[in-house]
Write a protein of this length. Structure first.
Length: 225
């Protein structure tokens, strides 16, 4: 393939290069979420981004590296937020609620296609991910473990398995956001039709479900009283 060189001088050229890179990241994320890695040809990404397909090699070094760039950048964004929350001195139930809200914001505003993209990747056993990327979801697990462990130590949470708590939290949220279109079809087929739940309503449901479900007996009894 003939290489394509972009001019590198001048603020206008730099802005154009940044816009092209962002367009490829956005187009790639949407298509990978919709079709999975193997179902997306390079030409489809370029067409959706409105650029020449040679730009994928120029900016990322190929489809696989574009895919990894999307995964890495999104996890880095999430990790920065959840690790900051894990270090917060605030009560663990409050921090856990904020962590759930942060995942909801990621899935609806910051990276709206990532849950579908990752659910497809998880179903393949993560075969498209580099070993270095596997550490990133492990760091999110570590943050949840620290929050839960502190809640148990402070007497706010009953003794629970932090890993199972993490799986309940992440699994429920990722599945909810990744299956939105299918859920809408199922609910639309019901008579009378059922309106799909709003993302904010589900986030609050998960906040209440987990923080109340994890509450230590004395805390739960105090709330009932």
């Amino acid at each position: 393939m003939r290489s394509v060189a972009l001019p590198t001088t001048g603020p206008g050229r730099r802005r154009d290069a940044a816009a092209t890179r962002d367009a490829l990241l956005t187009a790639g994320g949407e298509l990978f979420a919709e079709r999975g890695y193997d179902g997306v040809p390079v030409a489809a990404i370029a067409q959706k981004a409105g650029v020449n397909k040679a730009m994928i090699n120029y900016h990322f070094g190929g489809k696989r590296k574009l895919y990894l760039a999307i995964v890495s950048a999104t996890f880095t964004d999430i990790i920065a937020r959840v690790e900051a929350l894990a270090e917060s001195p605030r009560p663990a139930p409050e921090v856990l609620r904020e962590l759930i809200a942060a995942v909801g914001e990621m899935a609806t505003r910051r990276h709206p296609h990532f849950c579908s993209m990752m659910l497809r990747e998880v179903m393949t056993g993560g075969k498209h991910l580099d070993p270095a990327l596997i550490d990133k979801p492990a760091r999110i697990l570590g943050a949840v473990q620290r929050i839960v462990a502190r809640g148990v130590a402070d007497g706010d949470f009953r003794p629970v398995d932090p890993l199972l708590t993490h799986l309940s939290l992440v699994g429920s949220l990722v599945f909810f956001f990744a299956t939105a279109r299918f859920r809408e079809r199922v609910l639309a087929a019901r008579r009378p039709r059922i309106e799909p739940p709003a993302a904010a309503a589900y986030v609050k449901h998960m906040q209440d479900l987990l923080t109340h479900g994890l509450a230590a007996e004395r805390r739960a009894g105090r709330r009932r009283a």
